[in-house]
Write a protein that binds this ligand. Sequence first.
Ligand SMILES: C[S@@+](CC[C@H](N)C(=O)[O-])C[C@H]1O[C@@H](n2cnc3c(N)ncnc32)[C@H](O)[C@@H]1O
Length: 292
Amino acid sequence: MCIVIGRSESSIVTGTRTPTALRAHEGLPDKRPPGVERLSWNPTQYLKFGDLRLRPAIDLLSRVSIESPKHIIDLGCGTGMVSAVLRERWPDARIVGVDDSPEMLAKAREQISGVEWIEADVESWAPDEPPDLIVSNAVLHWLDRHAELIPRLLSTLRAGGVLAIQMPKNFAAPSHTCITHAVNSRPWRELLEPLTRPDPVASPAQYHALLSSSAVAVDVWEIEYYQVLEGNSPVVEWTSGTILRPLLNALQDTERTEFLRIYERCIEGAYPQGPGGTTLFPFKRLFLVAQV
Ligand SMILES: C[S@@+](CC[C@H](N)C(=O)[O-])C[C@H]1O[C@@H](n2cnc3c(N)ncnc32)[C@H](O)[C@@H]1O
């Protein structure tokens, strides 16, 4: 077994709180606040940074050495960007994309052929036959109870099968702390606070321990991507496609404008535009690959 912690300083612990993802393990409350359960997705907004969002998936798959998997699951497939890569690498495999967003699945169906699409909640989904490979790129940080979910996913694999997971690990970054700042800035706090998402991602060491209890080989690493974004307020554009959505949806028009003004001012201080008009947006991600 190996554990590789790469290229990042604050790699082991993100804060003093136990991430919600692993709280269930300790018998603590693990329910998500109302409104955080289902995030409605906008495929167009999400795909604005398609290339940058796909790169970690390629890095994840580069560590999957399984030869010729017959049955592959793209768990939380979204618009199918990763399914298309899987399709290209293993053209003879049965590939199934699972997601609970009808909007994202509609885009996937429109763009990619040769993949079966299933609308289902990852929490309750189970494969109809044991997969050789389950890939989950940028999904599981939307779910809690990792201590139950991850062993369950491992248990569905065929012997020798692989589970490959990538999750953003950036809840301590200004892109997220500026949300807390904006939420706390006005009377909307009471409305918005229950919609914010506490850090759901545990430390690399915790996942290593969790995976090692049922896998024969475990590979854990982090990468911090120094993403170069173009345009005005690109970090706000980025988070508008993901974590900001439930908050913006909850506000009336004038409040939304004011909220975005406060958030944007905080973001511009943290991620200033460079001389060429580009903005550097560092983004840390955690990678887990386990073979049973
Ligand atoms: C950030 S997108 C990633 C999409 C895709 N994996 C990719 O890399 O482009 C997250 C996806 O996870 C899906 N998702 C989040 N929670 C889910 C759940 N409980 N069950 C199924 N899908 C879920 C969302 O609908 C969304 O399509």
